[in-house]
Design a protein around this ligand. Structure first.
Ligand code: ATP
Length: 466
């Protein structure tokens, strides 16, 4: 059974979209006598700089047609539709025979790595050749340091291997515009989108942002997508799509995807994070969050060797770290940032206090000039594991209720009027504006591959954005 996979067909300026090319390939394969059994939309490493937008590759599974014929049909379609005139577009096509249920190990590993590393075209071509996959590159090539055209073969090969590399799948049902409307404003009735989204939430997610009123399912880019409905069930996504009032649709297609799965994240340790990879890291808030110029919120988190459930202190929340200075003792400290477009998520980050124990998720980026090996984690979500719930304050006099004053260095406190004394500060409860559990960016700021909390499966209570 052939799998035909394609990537890198679109252009930021000229439009187009790899899912559209994939859909046209699938239609033509059927016209040529094939039976398409699956359309896969695979999101790869979001940290790859040369992506156009969402780093997506598409694979089409087809039966009842030979691999050579399938490749020929796909090649013709790519030549017709890919925005290959843009020097930054580098389309690639891979056709593999008979691997759907039995993906070779190195192809599966390549797919897994494609979500968290930066891979080379040379490696993709070597693996494809080793297994006798047919492949081709189009366009001018040479982009981004690659010497051959067809960088899209990296994503295409990863899309071939994805079913063996990933174990969680969701759905996107895409409605496409008439091609001659591309580049004009999309006519979509927002009220109908909100009503349709509400009817199927939470099976269907990230369709709208209910707090800002943004219609998230309608892209801004110049390409052919009118709207894309994401969720856990294909029929529910189609119902939402069908209920939306909009300009005439040219065609629709349902993809199986790794969107909304967090497939790009791996557990990491502060002090040992690679550049350009997604992580989940646990640590202790080391300094008060700060709003910086541009509206970005920064917070530092120190590594912690406290494991869940240990070191609980009756004076504080579930599992905070109670050291006076969590960053003391030479621990490694990671900067985390919630960027301005993450909107209200920044208020959650601002609600953290030094000593809170957290798990942070996001992409790790090291920039030239960063002082050490640790760079910045671009926050997508975080969990509060333990909250500092009290703070030391100057005691009040039990007689007159006024604040006592210091009795001298290391001599505690006393009330000058009443003569009462206290040995030291007393712990007072603090009003916290955040609770234990997971917090996330709003739907309008979500990365395609990031898992919305409403999908479930998290290890603490969730506070979903909707
Ligand atoms: P589209 O909207 O068409 O999906 P895109 O955002 O997916 O656009 P592309 O234009 O496809 O971006 O560019 C991504 C390029 O990066 C492709 O050539 C793909 O082969 C390549 N690529 C994908 N994953 C990796 C990776 N892990 N390492 C290196 N290159 C990669």
């Amino acid at each position: 059974m052939p799998i035909v996979a394609v990537d890198d067909t679109d252009s930021r300026e000229r439009g187009m979209c790899t899912t559209y090319v994939g859909v046209r390939i699938a239609e033509r394969l059927e016209r040529a006598g094939g039976r398409v059994t699956r359309r896969l939309l695979v999101r790869l490493n979001p940290a790859v700089k040369h992506k156009t937008r969402g780093n997506a590759a598409v694979a089409v599974w087809v039966e009842e047609i030979g691999t050579d014929e399938a490749f020929r049909v796909a090649e013709e379609t790519v030549r017709e539709f890919a925005a290959a005139g843009d020097p930054l577009t580098s389309p690639g096509l891979v056709a593999a025979d008979g691997v759907a249920g039995d993906v070779p190990d190195d192809v599966a590993t390549f797919a897994r790595r494609a979500l968290r590393e930066r891979l080379s075209l040379g490696e993709a071509v070597a693996i494809a050749d080793r297994h006798g996959f047919t492949h081709a590159g189009f366009g001018s090539g040479g982009a981004d340091g690659e010497t051959a055209p067809g960088r899209g073969r990296i994503g295409a090969l990863a899309a071939v291997g994805a079913p063996a590399a990933l174990d969680e799948w969701t759905v996107e049902h895409i409605t496409y515009r008439e091609l001659d409307r591309c580049g004009t404003p999309r006519e979509v009735d927002a009220d109908s989108v909100f009503a349709a989204a509400d009817a199927e939430y939470p099976t269907v997610w990230d369709t709208v942002d209910r707090e800002t009123g943004a219609v998230v399912c309608v892209p801004n880019a110049p390409g052919p997508i009118l709207y894309g409905i994401r969720g856990d069930d294909a029929a529910a996504c189609r119902r939402v799509a069908d209920a939306i009032a909009a300009e005439p649709a040219e065609r629709t297609a349902t993809f199986l995807t790794n969107q909304g799965t967090d497939a790009h994240l791996a557990d990491g340790v502060i002090g040992d994070l690679r550049d350009g990879a997604g992580y989940r890291v646990t640590g202790v808030v080391a300094s008060a969050p700060e709003r910086k110029r541009g509206g970005h919120v920064h917070v530092s988190v120190a590594e912690s060797d406290v494991t869940d459930g240990e070191n609980a202190d009756p004076a504080v929340g579930d599992d905070p770290v109670t050291d006076d200075d969590p960053a003391a003792g030479g621990e490694r400290v990671l900067r985390a940032v919630a960027f301005a477009p993450t909107g209200r998520f920044r208020d959650r980050v601002c609600a953290l206090r030094p000593g809170d124990r957290v798990t942070l998720c996001g992409e790790h980026e090291v920039r030239t000039g960063d002082p050490g090996p640790d760079g910045t984690l671009k926050l997508e979500k975080f969990a509060v594991r333990g909250l500092v719930e009290t703070e030391p304050t100057t005691p009040t006099c039990p007689e007159c209720r006024r604040t006592m004053s210091s009795a001298g260095r290391d001599q505690g406190y006393r009330c000058r009027d009443c003569g009462t004394t206290a040995p030291g500060t007393v712990e007072q409860p603090i009003d916290r504006e955040i609770e234990r559990g997971w917090y996330e960016v709003p739907p309008s700021a979500r990365r395609h591959v990031a898992k919305p909390l409403v999908r479930g499966g998290f290890d603490a209570p969730v506070h979903p954005e909707r």
